[in-house]
Write a protein that binds this ligand. Sequence first.
Ligand code: CP
Ligand code: NVA
Length: 304
Amino acid sequence: MPKSDLLHLADLSAPEIEGLIKRAAIYKKGSAERPLAGRSVGLLFEKSSTRTRVSFEVAIWRLGGLPIFLSFDDIQIKRGESIADTARVLSGYLDALVVRTYEQSKVEEWAQHASIPVINGLTDWHHPCQILADLFTIWEKRGGLKGQKLVYIGDGNNIAHSLIEGGAKVGMEIVIAAPEGFQPDPAIVKQGERMAEVSGGRVSVESDPHKAVQGADVLYTDVWVSMGQEAERAQRLQTLAPYQINQKLVDRAKDDVLVMHCLPAHREEEITAEVMEGRHSIIFAQSANRLPMQQAILELWVTN
Ligand code: CP
Ligand code: NVA
């Protein structure tokens, strides 16, 4: 079978996403299958990470494989070796690469030159592994995904993009509530609308957070200053201030609304401590689910 990569969720079909969720559930129950025995996976990270790095390292180890963490500060890339040459060299030692980098074009470049599968561990544009774990979490809590209304409040960033793609594929209603200038990429929204037509879902963008949350089954937020945007901090905090998830906003959604955040969080910026620790929050169940979902992802991409 030719190598395939996981660069963004638009490439997956609804049955493939559902299959990953079912495998994640099996791993979560404690399956001791070791499909990565004798294999090694590199983790090439150009940005900081807590969850993605640790959940992938533990997942690879649990599946019987060898994780090798490769910081960009340590490898020869820093001294000018090209992505093309590095990808070809690493393909000689490893069975897959997880890459965390800036532009989406960079992860595509790694994938183009590697002869092993490349998994996107976050770019400025997408975070597919996070959203697969999130869909698994919603599926666990609700018993399904179709028709669930998820309202993402805040910056229309990588998380918003992957939520649009993943949610539209599985027939959810995805609403992104963001101010002008911080709304998701129109091309991704358009593509999401087309995917939703097929699945029976819906994708829309709204600027009024109070209107958007009405009837929400799930509220989701993320930091206002993503990695690489530190210079824009003051302006971002000011513009995004009305988009905080606080108790008042939660009270406008359904009574049993679930509150999610991919983490890391900045309490009292995009979400209040009260909501993070409140009865609607499933944020730490969500982060824990990264591990079984990484196992499902690795099994599919590394052993096929
Ligand atoms: N949510 C997430 O990807 O966290 P890290 O940046 O810590 O990996
Ligand atoms: N949007 C955030 C997500 C971190 C997991 C960032 O890119 O920094």
